[in-house]
Each structure stands twice: as C-alpha cells, then as structure tokens.
Design a binder for this molecule. Sequence first.
Ligand SMILES: [Zn+2]
Length: 214
Amino acid sequence: MIDLVYPPRCVSCRRLLNTLFCQYCIAEIIPPNDTAPILELDDHIAVGIHRGSLRHAIHALKYENLPEIANILGYLLAQVIQQKKWHFDTLIPVPLHADRQRERGYNQAIELAQVAANYLECAILPNALYRSIATTSQVGKNFYERQQNVKDAFAVAPEYVAQLHNTHVILIDDVCTTGATLGACATALRQVGVKSIYAATVSRADMQTSASVA
Ligand SMILES: [Zn+2]
C-alpha cells in the first residue's frame, strides 16, 4: 500500500516508473574500459564506469538509506559475473568497519552479495573477512595513500581459515577506485590458502579521467 502512496522514483532520472533504478538509466550505464589489472587479483569485473546514472545509484545505496536498490544492482552484478564464467565457490563481501556499519545500518557490499548469490545460486560468507584495524575514509586519497591506508586492514576470521583453504572466491564491493581495498582483502585471503580470488564491483573509477570516487 505504501507504494501506492509513494510510488518510487528512479534515483537517477527521478521519473515515476515504479522502480528505484529504471531501465532507461540502466541502458545508459557505460561499460568499463580497459583498466590496469589489480595485481593481487586473478581477475576483476565491474558493471560499469563510476559515472552518470550508475554513480547516482551507488550514491543512493550508500548515502541515501536505500538498501533496496541493491536488489537491482545485485542483479546487474550477477549478470556480469555469469559472463565471466569463473569457477568459484563463494561470494565474500568486503567488510565495513563496525562503526561505519552501525552508522549506516547496513553494509552495502553484503546487500549486493546477497542478491547476487540468490541469482547465482551460490553461498555467501559475510563474516569471513573482518577489518582488523579502523581505517580512515579512502575518499580524497591518492593511489599510494590508499594502499598504505588499507594495508593489513583486513584479516580472515579464525573460524573460516580451514573452510577457505583451496577454494575459489569472488570479492564483492560497490565501488573499485584504485583497487587498494580489494588488493588488501585478497592478500588476507591468499595468506590462508585461497586459490583463486576474483572481484566483482558495481562500478569502477574511470581511470582516463582518474576522477576521485566519493
Ligand atoms: Zn531512471
């Protein structure tokens, strides 16, 4: 009934099409261009470049208290994962620091991973990784500063160490800017014997304009 009183507007074009992210805005997503590989990862895919409608959708997911938009973005993520034909066992969302998660009320990477896992019919391990130290925001930092900021920031929870040995996993996050966060997660997973580490993010920074992702 609430939907009849407040039919959802598209977060990007604001049209009343009864969806938070409409088909016209999805059609406008710019596919990722050739970007530098992230050394710690076996492969990485993104739904699109962090611009235009996709940037609006991610902003809504992170800062406008609209976790429901993960239903659409998680589906788009599942689609690009399927195209990759990776052999994998589980999805592992990039953890948020506990304080940040409390503030926001949810971890957007977990929301995305849950939706994608439903479509892909695979398991998700939302507690396998945790932030071992509190890091400051990556926003406004350059590549080197970002790397230093998240270095050693992640660890595998002890109860998952045996389970993850020799497995193939896909890291899930909303945005990939320089790849420093994904790289730090991959390093922690590699240390416990994870065999293949892929990453799928909704957006990837446009390296050609090297715009900072907020
Ligand atoms: Zn729209």
